[in-house]
Design a protein around this ligand. Structure first.
Ligand SMILES: Nc1ncnc2c1ncn2[C@@H]1O[C@H](COP(=O)(O)OP(=O)(O)OP(=O)(O)O)[C@@H](O)[C@H]1O
Length: 278
């Protein structure tokens, strides 16, 4: 479990980024972490990884204080940053062999399976692999690591269209029961059918944190020529309006549009009126 209590953080000489933030992440979920540019998604992942120390309040990850960087904590946490600097001359297998011993639950067979699934070269210098190939290698390593907490910062950036859908399939297929995966992303379509929970951070706080099934049980995401009378949020588009309205009793649940949800929450329009069957 990840727990943030009254957590405040500011980068040096910057204004407060997180202000007395509270957040609780239950295990065994895939979380989509959303927020505007500069909202602090990458910083939050670095705080949870123990690369940064909160100025006030506390962070606990599976009972550990991340900034203490205990080996027992580190062997169970994997952070895949948005940009990675890999040793250019090192070959794939050598790189895997040198990192794997730091992760006692690392599964070599799973790694090979994932390398094959992502169509990755097995014996190539990292420097001669494309950006997307390097990213897929690191995603494969994260999924094979067996770590309880996996933090992926913009994992689908730089992946081609087939690799994005493969990413979704492989996360679903290889995620273990005891794992928590947090995916920070702007590519909401890439994670719409993957995440269990949508979390939105804005102005230093978690302003939305809900299970995708609960969202689909409460709200209807639709498209119509004119905005629906009951809609709480609508966006004009070619030929009509995308809208969010309370799901009516007996109405079939719709596919959640994360983009619409995000825009509605950020513009403070999703809370009122409360849906009838909330
Ligand atoms: N090392 C740093 N030193 C000073 N300020 C920083 C540092 N890293 C990030 N910031 C600032 O902190 C804020 C949050 O940055 P962060 O990268 O965490 O946001 P983000 O939500 O991941 O953004 P994006 O969606 O654009 O990737 C920004 O205003 C950024 O300029």
């Amino acid at each position: 479990m990840i727990l943030l209590k009254n957590m405040s953080y500011a980068h040096r000489k910057q204004t407060q980024l997180f202000d007395q933030m509270d957040w609780e992440v239950q295990p065994s979920q895939v979380i989509g972490l959303l927020g505007k540019n500069g909202a602090g998604k990458s910083t939050l992942l670095r705080l949870i990884s123990g690369l940064l120390n909160p100025k006030k309040g506390e962070i606990q990850v599976n009972g550990f204080k991340p900034f203490n960087r205990s080996p027992f904590f580190l062997q169970d946490l994997m952070l895949l940053p948005e940009e990675n600097f890999l040793p250019e001359k090192t070959r794939t297998q050598r790189y895997i062999n040198s990192l794997a011993p730091f992760y006692p639950h690392f599964d070599r067979d799973k790694m090979t399976e994932l390398q094959k699934a992502f169509d990755l070269p097995f014996d190539q210098k990292l420097g001669s692999m494309s950006y997307g190939q390097r990213k897929k290698l690191l995603i494969a390593f994260a999924l094979a690591s067996g770590c309880k907490t996996i933090l992926l910062d913009e994992p689908t950036n730089g992946l081609d269209i087939p690799s994005k859908s493969l990413f979704r399939k492989l996360v679903t297929a290889h995620m273990q029961e005891d794992q928590t995966i947090i995916i920070s992303t702007h590519q909401v379509k890439d994670v719409e059918n993957l995440i269990d929970r949508a979390v939105i951070i804005n102005q230093g706080k978690v302003i939305f944190d809900q299970n995708m099934l609960d969202i689909a049980d409460q709200w209807h995401f639709g498209f119509s020529a004119t905005p629906s009378e009951t809609s709480v949020y609508a966006e004009k588009s070619m030929g009509g309006h995308y809208f969010i309205a309370p799901l009516q009793p007996g109405q079939q649940a719709s596919q959640v549009s994360l983009e619409l949800l995000f825009n509605a929450v950020i513009s403070n329009q999703l809370y009122l009126p409360q849906p009838v069957n909330a």
